[in-house]
Design a protein around this ligand. Structure first.
Ligand code: NAP
Length: 268
């Protein structure tokens, strides 16, 4: 049985990066609350398995679109596919993203281009293409940034800068849309236990050994709550909040130095 009462309007949410981690956990919470879903990522079978489970358990409609959003033009292809399937998106969650670890001079330029296409370009293009429909339906947008958005990040320079873009773009968009009924949430989690660290090849980074990382389920719970409430910038976790607040008052060189300490290789 869907958790949503029959009288409530049916909501359809597009979640990018829904095959694992925060995106999958968030999609699970939405499905349990009766939200219909469009899931997208590269790993189709993983999403199909979750979709089958949620259709059966929650009675929601779930569409799966297998796509590499880091390919040039992929965000436009996704929007066209959504259109072709006759789906109307009320809630957009731009969650897909990845990081690369190491000095920029030693990082593959091709991988950097893919990162920027996924974390920045696809997020922006999808928002632009779906926005007219979202405004018409007074929907919601949530862009997954990071605590990385608040300062420069030596050892992960492009990733940190990509998340600063996500945060600033989302805050400005929230302001521009304030009279439309559309809310834009900038969700900024700190380090979370997902496949992110392995893909970024950052297992040795000191930050991962300083505090225990929360699970994707815990972080997704905070994200869903924030999006439903239409909140603006949300940094889950007291320590994360304190750190992102604190950097406002410290000299930028000191902030960059401190960031390099936590992103740099740890003792072990
Ligand atoms: N984990 C953290 O510590 C942390 C902290 C702050 C912010 N974040 C942000 O949270 C978001 C979700 O990350 P996560 O931690 O949940 O990591 P994750 O478990 O690695 O999930 C990333 C998701 O993005 C999808 N994705 C990656 N490359 C893609 C591509 N080329 N095309 C389409 N989809 C792609 C992945 O699916 P496929 O592999 O199937 O394509 C997966 O579903 C990201 O934006 C990340 O920057 C993470």
């Amino acid at each position: 049985m869907p958790a949503t009462a029959a009288t409530e309007p049916t909501i359809t949410a597009l979640v990018t990066g829904a095959s694992s981690g925060i995106g999958a956990a968030l999609a699970a919470l939405m499905a349990a609350d009766g939200v219909n879903l469009v899931m997208t990522a590269r790993h189709g079978p993983e999403m199909e398995a979750m979709a089958a489970d949620w259709r059966q358990r929650h009675g929601v409609a779930v569409s799966v679109i297998e796509l590499d959003l880091a390919r040039p033009g992929a965000a436009r292809e996704l929007a066209a596919e959504i259109d072709q399937r006759g789906l109307a998106i009320d809630y957009l969650v731009n969650n897909a993203g990845f990081g690369t670890y190491g000095h920029f001079a030693a990082t593959s330029v091709t991988e950097t281009e893919e990162l920027l296409r996924l974390n920045v370009e696809a997020l922006t293009t999808l928002t632009g293409l779906l926005l007219p429909g979202i405004i018409a339906r007074r929907g919601k947008i949530m862009n997954v940034a990071s605590t990385a958005a608040f300062q420069p990040g030596p050892h992960m320079a492009v990733y940190y800068a990509s998340k600063a873009y996500v945060l600033h773009f989302s805050e400005a968009l929230a302001y521009e849309l304030k009279d439309t009924g559309v809310t834009v949430t900038s969700f900024c989690p700190g380090a979370t236990a997902t496949g992110f660290q392995e893909r970024a090849r950052m297992q040795k980074a000191a930050m991962l050994h300083l505090v225990k990382m929360p699970s994707s389920e815990v972080v997704a719970g905070a994200a869903w709550q924030a999006m439903r409430a239409g909140r603006g910038v949300v940094v889950p976790g007291a320590l994360n909040w304190l750190l992102t607040f604190g950097v406002r008052f410290a000299p930028r060189r000191l902030v960059t130095w401190a960031a390099a300490l936590v992103t740099g290789p740890g003792a072990n």
